[in-house]
Design a binder for this molecule. Structure first.
Ligand SMILES: [Zn+2]
Length: 166
């Protein structure tokens, strides 16, 4: 069973990051999966969400994450909100197990037509999954074909640079 990263995970693999100063790297295939999911939801005028699976590494600048896959399950969603359906947790865990990535390093969700930001509820969701000051959030607006990555520091979302890798 993959675990959720926390700020107290001591033994990180040491590996220098590909681009200095960047904390989040994403496999292009994983990004394509999330965009495809957001597009499918937008066709039904619904938000979608899922988890970003990957690995956290350490180098001389600190920790950084590489997203290599995604996991999702049945959702309880409408145009402006989304959460995992309570009856679908087993499906979610199965999806996590079969994803390429050993840990939950972040989550993603869509904002069909209303832009990429983290709302107060999103921050609460983020901290509910990861605790304070760790984890990444990706927001996708399928209508405008934009996406943005965020971290949270003391309950305040900060937009961060994200690099896509082939
Ligand atoms: Zn949101």
């Amino acid at each position: 069973m993959p675990k959720v990263i926390s700020s107290h995970s001591p033994n990180r693999k040491h590996r220098p990051r590909a681009v200095v100063g960047v904390r989040l790297f994403m496999d292009e295939g994983a990004v394509r999966e999330m965009i495809g999911h957001a597009d499918a939801g937008a066709a039904d005028r619904k938000e979608v969400m899922g988890l970003m699976m990957g690995t956290v590494y350490r180098d001389d600048q600190g920790e950084y994450a590489v997203v290599s896959g995604t996991a999702t399950a049945g959702l309880d969603a409408d145009e402006v909100s989304v959460r995992f359906d309570r009856g679908c947790l087993e499906e979610l865990f199965g999806s996590m197990d079969s994803s390429c990535g050993d840990e939950v390093v972040g989550w993603y969700h869509s904002h069909p037509g209303f832009g990429c930001y983290l709302s107060d509820i999103d921050v609460t969701t983020h901290e509910g999954i990861f605790g304070k000051d760790t984890g990444f959030a990706l927001v996708i607006d399928p209508d405008t074909e934009t996406l943005a990555a965020f971290g949270c520091r003391d309950g305040v979302p900060e937009k961060i640079q994200m690099i896509m890798m082939e």
